[in-house]
Each structure stands twice: as C-alpha cells, then as structure tokens.
Ligand binder design. Sequence first.
Ligand SMILES: Nc1ncnc2c1ncn2[C@@H]1O[C@H](COP(=O)(O)OP(=O)(O)O)[C@@H](O)[C@H]1O
Ligand SMILES: CC(=O)N[C@@H](CCC(=O)OP(=O)(O)O)C(=O)O
Length: 298
Amino acid sequence: MSDDSRISPLDQARILSEALPHMQRYDEETIVIKYGGHAMGSENVARQFASDIVLLEQTAINPVVVHGGGPQIAAMLQRLGIKSEFAAGLRITDAATIEIVEMVLAGSINKQLVGYINEAGGKAVGLCGKDGNMVTAAKATRMLADPDSNIEKVVDLGFVGEPEKVDLTLLNQLIGHELIPVLAPLATSKGGQTFNVNADIFAGAVAGALKAKRLLLLTDVPGVLDKSKQLIPELSISDARKLIADGTISGGMIPKVETCIYALEQGVGGVVIIDGKTPHAVLLELFTNQGTGTLIHK
Ligand SMILES: Nc1ncnc2c1ncn2[C@@H]1O[C@H](COP(=O)(O)OP(=O)(O)O)[C@@H](O)[C@H]1O
Ligand SMILES: CC(=O)N[C@@H](CCC(=O)OP(=O)(O)O)C(=O)O
C-alpha cells in the first residue's frame, strides 16, 4: 500500500497546489544534495530518496547528488582486516585504504545510486571528481592537540584531499539537459594522485563553484544537536564556530558544519543539515514550509 492511498484525492490535489510557490522559487535552479553513507542504510529509504531526486528533475530543478559511504567503506576495510582511524572527522587514508575507498565509493555505491535513480525514471550519470578533472585537490592536513602534552601538532592524513579547484566543464554538459550528476567524492592532485575527500567537503566545493541555490546535507541525525541532544533549528556562523571549539560539535559533524560555513561564504543561497532517514526528507525541505533540520545562516 502506498503512503498516498490514505489521503483523499482532494487532499492530494491541495498538497500539490501548495507546493507550487516552492517549485516556482527553485525553477531552473541548481540544488546540491549530499546523501550521507549513514542515511542510505536501508534500500527502501535509498529508493525513496532516488524517486524524490527524479521528482525534482521533473519540476525543472537541477539536482546534483554527492554521496558519501563512510560506513560502507568501514565494513569493507573490516572484511579485509585493514584498520582505519579518523582525525577531525577525516579518515586517515594510506595506500591500501585509498584503493578500497575508490572501489567502494566510485564502484559499488555510485553505481547503486545511479541504478535506483534510473529505475525511478531519471537519467543519472555516475562520476567522481577525477572525471573531466572536475575536482583537483591538495593534500589535506589538520592540527590536533596531542592528548598527553596538549600541544597542537600537524596530523598526516595520508591520501586525503582538500578541494582546490572545481572545473565545471563536464557538469555544465549535464546540468539543464535532464541528466542527473551523481558524484563520488574522489579527486586528483595536480600530480595525478587519487585523493579521498570527505563527502561533505566535496559537496560544499561543488555547490560553491556552481553558486547553487541550496545545499542540503542528509545525515542520520535530526540536525546539529546541543549538549542535551536537543535539535538546534537555526545556527549562525559564529555560534557554529563556538560549538566546534567547545566540543559540542564533534566527529563527522565537524566537516559538515565547516562545509555549511564555506558554502555560505561562497554565495550558496541556503544550507541545511537534515535527517536523511525521514521519509521524503528532500521534498519536505524544499516543497513545504516545514523546515526539519538545522539551518545555518550568516
Ligand atoms: N553536535 C552534534 N549534533 C549532531 N551530530 C553530531 C554532533 N556531534 C557529533 N555528531 C555526530 O556526527 C554524526 C554525523 O556525521 P557522519 O557520521 O559523518 O554522517 P554522514 O555519514 O551522514 O556524513 C552523527 O551521527 C553524530 O554521531
Ligand atoms: C577523508 C574522508 O573521511 N573521506 C570519507 C569519504 C566518504 C564520506 O565522507 O562518507 P560519509 O558522508 O558517509 O561520511 C571516508 O573515507 O569515509
């Protein structure tokens, strides 16, 4: 039984009609949607997400999907007996790990999502940042306090990249032509080395370069939570920085919030962190007045 069978035809018509001003606001606009590895846990949710993306395309919005895959990479590394550690929310990536990261992200996850979107009636094109030299990255480093001495030290993250340049030539061939780009967060260095890029950071770089109207980050929590685990519906850039500094925002939420700040500074119209496990999270966010997650603003 579909969800719609429980509402009357008149209510269905009313719901569609109420979505009209939202559809008009986003007409011909580019919206970047980052779909996190945790959010894509169940096949049902992933298929519903895919069908929502096709609906966006049908309403003359230009969706660009960036996917993650952290938990799926972790599962494969564990099967192969390769240990993995994180620093500041980023996976320390050695030579053996980058091979697995590329296989999981650009191979299985990317093609699965492309398949779901195409089965829902879309025309998805699966790529990664290496295709068409789309995303060039430099080696990423982070300063972290040594737990014993509390002195900040540079952590070598291995083959982890920080996007430096986004070349839009390839994306511009797809956007506005009924094709839906689905991007895996891998990049190349100037010297041709493959880099693992955190998917939030990758999505922010792409959204910034495209001057997207909106950036939606779909994760597995309702949004940014405060110290008592309550949702923070709105957060200014300066308050967000304070929450990172005092440890309220930690782990994988750090690159997410930093990405929101970066995207706003690059001119992206609006950025939000929402729960990707909520049914139709994308449609709720874009086509209703009911914002569900954390909106980050200037
Ligand atoms: N203040 C916070 N609010 C919400 N989540 C937080 C916060 N601090 C840390 N987190 C963690 O960040 C996680 C989301 O990041 P991540 O695991 O990388 O998700 P994704 O796979 O969607 O990118 C949450 O599941 C939560 O464990
Ligand atoms: C450098 C780095 O941390 N890269 C990430 C890329 C995948 C990702 O970001 O996936 P989620 O969005 O599901 O977390 C990783 O290796 O897990």
